[in-house]
Each structure stands twice: as structure tokens, then as C-alpha cells.
Design a protein around this ligand. Structure first.
Ligand SMILES: *[C@@H]1O[C@H](CO)[C@@H](O)[C@H](O)[C@H]1NC(C)=O
Ligand SMILES: *[C@@H]1O[C@H](CO)[C@@H](O)[C@H](O)[C@H]1NC(C)=O
Ligand SMILES: *[C@@H]1O[C@H](CO)[C@@H](O)[C@H](O)[C@H]1NC(C)=O
Ligand SMILES: *[C@@H]1O[C@H](CO)[C@@H](O)[C@H](O)[C@H]1NC(C)=O
Ligand SMILES: *[C@@H]1O[C@H](CO)[C@@H](O)[C@H](O)[C@H]1NC(C)=O
Length: 482
């Protein structure tokens, strides 16, 4: 988009539905288009506002009001060692961040998947990232994140599903608590959707360096999205999936309930098939009167589950079969880490999309790969048969997959991935990050202590996933570029 020649809309609003001011620099003849776009965004933001406030109890609105009339914090929150909502007044403490000086160098090497940080940032490596490039990411972004002097500022740009944005921001705030004063100044655009957004084909040849750098949860071979851990690492309250730290421990325990050899000798999958054609197709492999493909598939009805307190959807109770199937949804699926962590051999229907850690999983070492073809049912049957013929090998693959998840994907490394990615990204910026008009400071205290958080276990998950003290070692050592 060229400045001045096309619609240049700026919505400086943090709060959906709060009074928003949009301005357009309109060239003659484009007036109709801009009006349409304005109305469109207004309606979207309004609808989203209604939706969101029902879910989170006016979370953003309260935050917005709060910024209009900032109160002085009289209570000192002893960051980062104590945290008590009754002590705060919904304002960020002024004594943050505390720089921990006694950091020692860490001998720990980062997991291999962190190499992909270099790959994801390669399009901007030679020329750097200009403000204009970041601004062009606005067309896709859910929010803009700015970090200046260790404090975080967020400008909400548009809505997203459920509480994805809230938990993504929460995760970044926890990183700031873990490494106070160490995360460099930056400005970035973050997308919280399912789709990848920056297509390679739009930025080839002469336009190669002009791609907007946009953070997203996944990428594929056709896209330039920069991959960041998804919200589920801090919790998915709508479906009662607890923060990853807690879930990982629960899965470790869950694994002990039934020994591999005593598990059902079939491949298990449970989920929502109606998010992609691939999944709908997979349902045809379920056992029928005609065929038994050694596969047991179950539909997860989240609506029903939520009425029954999610008693039957606990991930740690799903390690009951020797084999588990992973199939992506619309794009990547958050389920992959839960499936791999079961000690069962994962039959991985080769995905198109990747999140940040799956890119260093090795076929036949961590999982059994299966191509999606018309013969998928037969391939699943043969894989199960092979496993039941070679139980030691199958068990070994299952355990290697789980070990990868338990060791390489523990929260410590998830934070280190975020730290290294943000640090490397920040090095490429050709401009000084500034606090944008309309954005306001966010911190753990203001986020966790919102009244609306009583809905959907939001607050519980935040307290549970909160970083309680800074780490006194440096982040792991990055692997060099390939
Ligand atoms: C919160 O702020 C109000 C007014 O600014 C003050 O009267 C009150 O004592 C504060 N509460 C706490 C718990 O600090
Ligand atoms: C939180 O703060 C309130 C008010 O200062 C205090 O009464 C309460 O005991 C504190 N709770 C914890 C768990 O520290
Ligand atoms: C698959 O078959 C089992 C019975 O063998 C049934 O309980 C289950 O609902 C079926 N799943 C699907 C997705 O139809
Ligand atoms: C797969 O099935 C589709 C539809 O049933 C058919 O059009 C296609 O030719 C099949 N592909 C192969 C490789 O058999
Ligand atoms: C498993 O073992 C049976 C019996 O020895 C054999 O018939 C079958 O072909 C084997 N299947 C695979 C996939 O190895």
C-alpha cells in the first residue's frame, strides 16, 4: 500500500467498542471504498465487542477506562516474588522491571528447533525491518505489541476467537517477568487466527525484502509468517485445557496409569472433525461392520463437555491406546504436543502446517509418518499391525516422542524460544520502537486482576501459569545458523 494514494486507515483503539477514532487520508474517488471499509471495521469491532464482553466481562473496556483515569498505585507489589490481586489497584507497578544482575552464563544448549528462528527471520536478514514494513503487517494483525524499557504496551487492532489474544499477551508478560530488563525494545504485529497470512508468492523477486514481518502461531512452505508459541501454553480456558506446565505434569502421571503393552492395540483419536475436510475424511477409517482399520475415532463435543465439567475430555486420561493419531485441523493443531506426550506411538498424518517445535521432530524416531492419500485407512491399519508385531520398536518410538516433549518442550525452553526470537527480531529493527498513541501499558497485575476473569477460569489459569520469580541463569545457547 502506497502512502497517500490509497486508504490509510488508522484505528487507535485499544478497546473494542470504546469510542474509536479512525482517520483516512483519501484520494478522490476512493471515498466510497473508505466509507465501506470504515463501516465494515466498525461493525466488526462492535460485534466483536459484544461477543468478547460476554466472554470476559468487559475486560478490554475496563482496561480502557482505567487508562483514561489512571490511578496512582499506592500498594507496592513486590515483584516478582509475590502476587496478590487484593493488593493491586489495576495499575501497573512503577517499580518494574527489576533487573537481575547476578545472571550467570548458562551451559544449556537450546533444542534444535530454535534453529528455525534464523530461518523465520531470513527474509529480513540483509535489509532489516523498517517501520513501514511493520505497519503493513497491520492489515492482518490482531494486536501490536511494543516493548520499551522492559515494559509492554498493546494496541488492540481487531478481534479474535475466544481468549487467544489475552493468553498470548499474558505469555509475553510472563517472559518479561522471567527475564526482567533483558528483553530488548521492539515493536511487532501479532496475528491470533488460524490462517497463515504473509504469502511468499506476494513477496518474490524485486519485492523480496518488502514482506511485512508478522508473528503467527504457524507457517507452511508457502508463507513467511514468523512462528510464535500459541496461547495454549498458558491455557485454553474455554475448553479447560490447563497451562502447559501443569498439563505436562498431568500427562507424566497419566502415562503411568496403563503400561504400554497393556494399552489397547489400536490407534486412538479424539477431537472435533468439523474443522477440516482432512479430518472429516479420516472419520471414514473408523471401525464399521465392513472394515476394521485398527483405528478408534471419537468425536469431541465441546458443548456437551462444558456442560459436564470437562470430566471426559481430560488429556491425561487419553493415554489408553498403544497408538495415537495426529491430524491437523484447519491449520496446525494445538493437540500435537498432548498427543505426542502420551508414550503411545504417534501415527502422524503428515501436516502442511508447522508450529515452532514440530519442525525438529524426526520421522521413525519420534513418530510414524503417514501420507494423506486415498489409502490412509489402509496405511493406518498396517502401521498398527507393524507396531503390534514389533512392540519393542513401537514402544521405543512412542517413548522417544514423549521424551522430546517432556524435555525439549518444557516451559523453560518455550520461554527461551520466545526470548531468542524476540531478541533476534529486535536486532533487525531499523527504527526506534515508540509507545503508540492509543496503546497502553499491560502487566501481569492489571491482566490477572480483571473482574471479568472469573468467567472461563481465566484468572485461575493466569495465576497457575504465572512466572513467580525471575530466572537467575541466562537463556539457553542458540544453535548457529545452518
Ligand atoms: C486503591 O486505590 C484507591 C484510590 O486510588 C485507594 O483508596 C485504595 O486504598 C487502593 N486500594 C489498595 C488495595 O491499595
Ligand atoms: C492478599 O492481600 C490481602 C490484602 O492486603 C490480604 O488480606 C491477603 O491475606 C493476601 N493474600 C495472600 C494470599 O497473600
Ligand atoms: C467410531 O466407532 C465407535 C464404535 O466402534 C463409536 O463409538 C464412535 O462414535 C465412532 N466414531 C465416529 C467418529 O463415528
Ligand atoms: C482418490 O479419490 C478421489 C475421489 O474418490 C479420486 O478422484 C482420485 O482419483 C483418487 N486418487 C487416487 C490416487 O486414487
Ligand atoms: C504382522 O505379523 C503377521 C503374522 O506374522 C503377518 O502376517 C503380517 O504381515 C505382519 N504385519 C506387518 C505390517 O508387519
Amino acid at each position: 500500500m502506497e502512502k497517500g494514494t490509497s486508504v490509510h486507515s488508522v484505528f487507535w483503539f485499544w478497546s473494542q467498542g470504546a469510542p474509536l477514532s479512525g482517520y483516512f487520508s483519501i484520494s478522490p474517488g476512493k471515498r466510497w471504498a473508505s466509507t465501506t471499509i470504515f463501516v465494515f471495521f466498525f461493525v466488526i469491532s462492535f460485534v466483536y465487542w459484544i461477543d468478547k464482553s460476554a466472554l470476559t466481562g468487559n475486560y478490554f473496556f475496563r482496561t480502557f477506562v482505567n487508562t483514561l483515569s489512571p490511578k496512582k498505585s499506592s500498594a507496592q507489589v513486590e515483584f516478582p516474588f509475590k502476587f496478590n490481586c487484593s493488593n493491586t489497584n489495576l495499575t501497573c507497578p512503577t517499580n518494574h522491571p527489576v533487573r537481575i544482575e547476578k545472571a550467570e552464563s548458562s551451559p544449556v544448549a537450546c533444542p534444535e528447533y530454535m534453529r528455525w528462528i534464523h530461518e523465520d527471520l531470513r527474509p529480513w536478514k540483509s535489509a532489516g525491518i523498517t517501520r513501514d514494513m511493520v505497519e503493513r503487517g497491520r492489515d492482518y494483525a490482531t494486536f501490536r505489541l511494543v516493548i520499551v524499557k522492559g515494559k509492554a504496551y498493546v494496541e488492540q487492532i481487531r478481534g479474535t476467537f475466544q481468549t487467544r489474544d489475552i493468553f498470548s499477551i499474558w505469555g509475553i508478560l510472563q517472559l518479561l517477568r522471567l527475564y526482567p530488563g533483558k528483553v530488548p525494545d521492539l515493536e511487532l504485529m501479532f496475528v491470533c487466527g488460524d490462517e497463515t497470512v504473509v504469502k511468499k508468492r506476494d513477496h518474490q523477486g524485486l519485492k523480496a525484502t518488502s514482506a511485512p514481518p508478522v508473528f503467527n502461531y504457524c507457517e507452511d512452505d508457502e508463507t513467511l509468517d514468523i512462528v510464535f508459541p500459541d496461547w495454549s501454553f498458558w491455557g485454553w480456558p474455554e475448553v479447560d485445557i490447563k497451562p502447559w506446565g501443569t498439563t505436562l505434569e498431568a500427562l507424566k502421571e497419566g502415562n503411568k496409569k496403563i503400561k504400554w503393552k497393556d494399552r489397547k492395540p489400536y490407534a486412538f483419536w479424539k477431537g472435533n472433525p468439523y474443522v477440516s475436510q482432512k479430518r472429516v475424511e479420516l472419520m471414514k477409517c473408523n471401525r464399521s461392520n465392513k472394515n476394521d482399520w485398527n483405528v478408534r475415532l471419537y468425536i469431541q463435543d465441546w458443548g456437551k463437555e462444558s456442560k459436564h465439567g470437562f470430566k471426559n475430555s481430560k488429556l491425561e486420561d487419553q493415554c489408553t491406546h498403544r497408538y495415537k493419531i495426529y491430524i491437523e485441523g484447519k491449520t496446525w493443531s494445538v493437540s500435537e504436543k498432548y498427543i505426542l506426550a502420551c508414550n503411545s506411538m504417534t501415527l502422524l498424518l503428515i501436516p502442511q502446517y508447522h508450529d515452532f517445535f514440530t519442525r525438529s521432530l524426526v520421522p521413525m524416531q519420534h513418530y510414524w509418518p503417514i501420507k494423506i492419500t486415498n489409502d490412509t485407512c489402509r496405511d493406518l491399519k498396517l502401521a498398527v499391525e507393524w507396531g503390534n508385531n514389533h512392540t519393542d520398536k513401537a514402544q521405543e518410538i512412542g517413548e522417544a516422542g514423549s521424551k522430546f516433549i517432556q524435555e525439549k518442550l518444557k516451559m523453560d525452553f518455550v520461554y527461551d524460544y520466545m526470548f531468542h526470537l524476540l531478541s533476534e527480531y529486535s536486532k533487525l529493527l531499523k527504527f526506534e520502537p515508540t509507545i503508540p498513541v492509543g496503546a497502553h501499558e499491560v502487566c501481569s497485575e492489571t491482566m490477572a486482576c480483571q473482574e471479568g476473569n472469573k468467567f472461563w477460569r481465566i484468572k485461575n489459569f493466569m495465576v497457575e501459569s504465572m512466572v513467580k520469580s525471575p530466572r537467575n541463569t541466562l537463556p539457553c545457547t542458540m544453535p548457529p545458523t545452518l
